[in-house]
Design a protein around this ligand. Structure first.
Ligand code: ZN
Ligand code: ZN
Ligand code: FE
Length: 758
């Protein structure tokens, strides 16, 4: 007889709520191994006994063929005494003192569940809340850990005998599937009118489809909150939704039933297809095909559409109605967080939606859809939320318990300890009472979930950010460390690329508090995760009216023209027809007397200026609109560029744009197309990055470049900059899992604060 051995195995990572124990149970049985497995609050622990050969095979299978949603982060194996187990069993959870189980993000419907609810002979036929250990709600329903049904919002539903049987059977796909449910015992749909009265009789889904086809706008309760939905090929509905939402231009996200459907209106490569179909099911920004059946009002003047696939059974069932695509935009009042509660939906969304498709499974944690694009076949995160939060980023160094409060717009926070950095979900614009409440409440929940009691709090230098005020007002024994905005951007990029060395940090964004009285936004830093020096920037010009200049690009354009060409009213009138005589006078006075006109090196405002000179956008209704408009017209075949000046002001390199503006103005008067002008501008900026980086490499002997800041959401700029830098022999770091925009700031703040504290 084969010599028997015993092994005790401890697995860390995402191993709960992902079908891990049934997998182990079946694997052990197939190899005739005995022993047991149990969840602990830190992972799973098991003991196995059997032949050495079989144990090795078991370990190999465990590493290589574990369930797709499991993420093994650590595996300890140690030999033990033979206990003589007769069979393999699954034991109850072992509660331990120290909690550090990871919480699984929500998971898009799996193929097996899809097969269940589309099979007329299955008891879950057409059931919109079908799920299993491989898919379904997780983070959004978890109130406390460890993850068991009685600590989720599913605790209100008592399982019927059949569901309970599935839940108890180790070989069943629904073994310990905490949200397990069926039409008899689980959550139910209802369709309501604006008065909250149920309509649609016994079949709310059929009625929903009918209403959408008729062009109505519905609020649909999903996984992390409500969507406002309408037929994306019905231009009248899409325009009505814009009007009601008071959102004239900002693109709406779409949901389409399949990759094949998406190909009818977008280009799709293999990497994009794979990410669309991933279990995170994010919104992916895809190149539009035109013409198509999608209403042009979905994303006016944009070359991209944000599209996702159905990620809950409810979505799949709605698409059985035969839509090419639906608009599915987060349901909220301007700048407020996404609405998640039925009663809140009926009161807040009554002017936005005609009908409400709701259900009685509560959403405990709100999460917006995540948004990303695919750059060089890799994920390039724009908004990290549903499907990703609260999965931590793994650090390759230890950090103290730290809270980083993020920025003001696109706020996310970061709570970290040891080697884990937990980035919160997308909170949004903090300058809003509801959002601030959401921010504070979610921080408290994360502290509880992951048992982190921050010793350090880090925050932006900007004194008026509400995240800064929140941090400064924290009581107790906590070390407060402010971190400069652009340093945080670069540190975030370095940290996610596991880089500890110095890099040339190119931080291009809208605006950030510089700490020297000016507003930064076009900075060249030499930085690591601890410190930085600002060794170059684009020229600083007055930003007349402060934030007012962000809304009216022409104000900024006037400032640049005044800086480079002096007072020339005839020229201004011709180039900036949207500014009245009176406005010009006011702006000029602001600039000359320095009233509310801080100097800024913002690349965002530079884009606004060129956009305004080309007459693209008069009034900005969403962040980045003028810059996006400029990107969207760029002619890809143009490879010329404008000139610029480089000089040293004694403190570092300064990029001057007088020759650039001369070129733009000449091209305008020659009638050169907007597409060419825009492309020449983008090419000039890419060249600026390469040229300044080369000078800095000579001075500081650093040949690593990190690109961060919201401007690098601009694919046109990014795709022109990368080859230029690589041709010159630079190694270039870009973001992937963390946004380059202010949604990624918190990670940078967290690592800098830890390095400074040491
Ligand atoms: Zn499933
Ligand atoms: Zn049931
Ligand atoms: Fe920023």
């Amino acid at each position: 007889m084969d010599h028997k051995e015993n092994a005790r195995i401890f697995v860390r990572g995402i191993v709960q709520g992902v079908g891990f124990r049934p997998f182990i149970y079946n694997l052990a049985n197939s190899l005739r191994l005995t022993g047991w497995i149990a969840n602990t609050s830190k992972g799973v622990v098991m003991e196995i006994e059997g032949g050495g050969e079989s144990i090795n095979k078991f370990l190999r299978e465990l590493r290589e063929n574990h369930p797709p949603l499991a993420a093994i982060e650590g595996l300890d194996v140690s030999p033990g005494q033979i206990k003589g187990y007769e069979e393999f069993s699954i034991r109850g959870s072992l509660l331990e003192e120290e909690k550090l189980a990871l919480i699984s993000p929500d998971v898009a419907t799996c193929d097996l569940c899809f097969a269940d609810f589309t099979d007329p002979s299955n008891r879950r036929y057409n059931y919109p809340f079908t799920n299993c250990t491989n898919c379904g709600p997780r983070y959004t329903i978890i109130e406390e850990i460890p993850y068991d049904r009685e600590r989720t919002t599913m605790r209100h539903f008592e399982m019927c005998p059949q569901c309970a049987e599935e839940y108890r059977s180790p070989t069943n796909r629904r073994f310990h599937a905490e949200p397990n449910a069926c039409p008899i015992c689980g959550p139910k749909l209802s369709l309501l009118n604006r008065r909250g009265e149920a309509i649609g009789g016994a079949n709310p889904l059929e009625e929903t489809v009918r209403l959408l086809k008729e062009g109505e706008i519905l609020a649909v309760k999903g996984l992390g909150g409500f969507h406002l939905a309408c037929d994306a090929s019905n231009d009248r509905s899409v325009r009505l939704l814009r009007e009601r939402k008071k959102r004239p231009h900002k693109p709406f996200a779409l949901m389409a039933p399949s990759p094949e459907a998406i190909e009818e209106f977008c280009e799709l490569n293999d990497a994009e297809r794979e990410i669309l179909r991933s279990h995170q099911a994010p919104i992916v920004l895809l190149r539009k095909r035109t013409p198509s059946q999608i209403s042009p009002s979905v994303a006016p003047d944009n070359r991209y559409l944000g599209v996702m696939l159905p990620y809950t059974p409810l979505h799949h069932l709605i698409f059985q109605g035969g839509f090419l695509a639906l608009v599915m935009t987060s349901a909220n009042l301007q700048d407020e967080p996404i609405v998640a509660d039925n009663r809140e939906a009926l009161s807040k969304l009554k002017r936005l939606a005609d009908f409400f498709l709701v259900h009685n499974r509560e959403i405990y944690n709100r999460t917006d859809d995540s948004v990303l694009s695919v750059v060089e076949k890799k994920v390039y995160m724009i908004r990290r939320s549903r499907g990703f939060a609260p999965e931590p980023l793994n650090l390759d160094f230890d950090v103290l318990p730290t809270l980083a409060c993020g920025a003001e717009l696109k706020n996310t926070f970061c709570l970290a300890q040891g080697r884990y950095a937990f980035l919160g979900p997308h909170i949004g614009d903090l300058n809003n009472l509801e959002a601030l409440r959401f921010f504070e409440e979610t921080i408290e929940r994360y502290k509880r979930y992951f048992s982190i009691d921050p010793q350090i709090v880090s925050y932006d230098l900007h004194p008026d950010y509400l995240s800064t005020r929140y941090a400064r007002n924290l009581d107790g024994k906590i070390t407060k460390i402010p971190v400069q905005h652009h340093h945080a951007h670069i540190a975030s990029c370095l940290a996610e690329n596991s880089i500890r060395d110095h890099a040339i940090g190119v931080a291009f964004d809208g605006v950030g508090w510089g700490g020297d009285g000016s507003i930064w936004g076009g900075e060249f830093l030499i930085a690591n995760c601890k410190e930085f020096i600002n060794c170059g920037h684009i020229e600083r010009v007055p930003m007349p009216g402060g934030d007012a200049a962000t809304r009216r690009p022409a104000r900024m354009a006037l400032s640049y023209l005044h800086t480079h060409f002096g007072e020339d009213r005839a020229m201004w009138k011709e180039l900036l027809p949207s500014l009245s005589e009176g406005e010009m006078r006011v702006i000029l006075r602001q600039i000359e007397r320095g009233i509310n006109s801080p100097l800024t090196s913002s690349v965002g405002r530079l884009f606004d200026t060129v956009s305004s000179l080309l007459g693209l956008v008069d009034l900005v209704t969403f962040e980045g609109q003028a810059a996006i408009a400029l990107e969207m017209v760029a002619d890809p075949s143009e490879d010329g560029r404008y000139e610029y000046d480089l000089y040293d002001d004694g403190k570092g390199i300064v990029v001057g744009f007088r020759p650039l503006f001369r070129g733009v103005l000449d091209d305008i008067s020659l009638g050169v197309s907007k597409g060419r002008i825009s492309a020449r501008f983008h090419n000039a900026l890419a060249d600026v990055i390469a040229e300044v980086s080369s000078s800095l490499r000579d001075r500081y002997s650093v040949s690593l470049v990190a690109l961060s800041g919201g401007v690098f959401q601009n694919r046109c700029l990014l795709e022109r900059t990368l080859p230029l830098l690589r041709d010159r022999g630079f190694r270039v770091l870009i973001h992937s899992r963390v946004p380059c925009n202010d949604g990624g700031i918190a990670l940078g703040q967290m690592v800098v604060a830890n390095e400074v504290y040491r």
